[in-house]
Design a protein around this ligand. Structure first.
Ligand SMILES: Nc1ncnc2c1ncn2[C@@H]1O[C@H](COP(=O)(O)OP(=O)(O)OP(=O)(O)O)[C@@H](O)[C@H]1O
Length: 283
């Protein structure tokens, strides 16, 4: 379990980034963390990883205070920053040298992921492109089998087939004991992968909802015209008419569009809050 209890934080000489932020993340879920540029997504991941500590409030990660960075904590939390660092050596040597830092490291998972990402085991890490380096660190992180896996913009630099492989690999290595949090702007890449959406907006948690809750409460449709639009929470013109987000009054769960959901939360935060306040409080 990861808990933020009334966390406030600002970088020195900067405006506040989080104000009394409370959050509960539980094992068995893949969270998608969304927010506009500079909203604090990377900073939130860095708080969980213990690389930044809060000015106020408490953070608990499976019983550890992250910023103490105890060995038991470091063995169970893997953080992939947007620009990951890789040491020198071959792809294979990464797993051989550093896998033992993680008690549950599965060399077989690493080899399989590397193969599926079309990377050669004997390739030198220094010679890899940005996207290939990203794939290697993702393969290593999935093989590390930590309880917590934090990924910042994991699909940046991945080509289209690799994004599909990425989703398959994440789902095939995921289990009920793990928490995965992915911060991204590439919302399409998260479709059918994440099961819970977190949106940060203006120093606060604007939304935390499971995808099935979103589809029960909201409807995403295309309307040829936008005449009677009182019920519309968000509309965007598109080739087939208007793509709109409305309340789901008929209760038929349909497909979610994460981009429109995000825009609806940013444009109509109070209406969205009212709708999502119907959900039970998470402890
Ligand atoms: N080390 C730092 N020192 C001072 N300010 C920082 C530092 N790191 C980030 N910031 C500032 O904190 C704010 C949040 O940054 P952060 O990278 O967490 O946002 P983000 O939501 O991940 O942004 P993006 O979507 O652009 O990647 C930004 O205004 C950024 O300039």
């Amino acid at each position: 379990m990861i808990t933020f209890d009334n966390v406030s934080f600002r970088y020195k000489r900067r405006k506040p980034l989080f104000e009394n932020l409370s959050l509960n993340l539980v094992p068995g879920h893949i969270y998608g963390l969304l927010g506009r540029n500079g909203e604090g997504k990377s900073t939130l991941l860095r708080h969980i990883a213990g690389l930044v500590f809060p000015d106020k409030g408490e953070i608990d990660v499976f019983g550890f205070k992250p910023f103490e960075r105890r060995p038991g904590f470091l063995r169970e939390v893997f953080y992939i920053p947007e620009e990951p660092y890789l040491p020198s050596g071959t792809v294979k040597s990464l797993s051989e040298r550093y896998g033992s830092l993680y008690v549950n490291f599965d060399h077989g998972v690493f080899v399989k992921a590397i193969f599926q990402f079309d990377i050669f085991e004997n390739e030198k890490l220094d010679n890899l492109s940005y996207g290939q380096r990203k794939k290697v660190i993702i393969a290593f992180a999935l093989a590390a089998n930590t309880k917590v896996l934090l990924m910042d913009e994991p699909t940046n630099g991945l080509d289209i087939p690799s994004k599909t492989q990425f989703k398959k690999l994440v789902l095939s290595t995921f289990n009920e004991e793990r928490i995965i949090v992915m911060a991204t702007h590439q919302v399409r890449d998260l479709e059918n992968l994440i099961d819970t959406i977190i949106i940060l907006h203006e120093n606060k948690l604007a939304l935390q909802a499971k995808t099935d809750e979103v589809s029960q409460l909201l409807s995403f449709q295309i309307r040829p015209e936008l005449q009677d639009h009182e019920d519309v929470l968000y509309a965007q013109i598109s080739p087939g008419g208007y793509k709109v987000v409305t309340k789901n009054i008929f209760g038929n769960a349909g497909q979610i569009n994460l981009e429109y959901l995000f825009n609806a939360v940013i444009e109509s935060p109070s209406s969205m809050k009212e709708i999502f306040d119907q959900l039970p409080v998470r402890n």
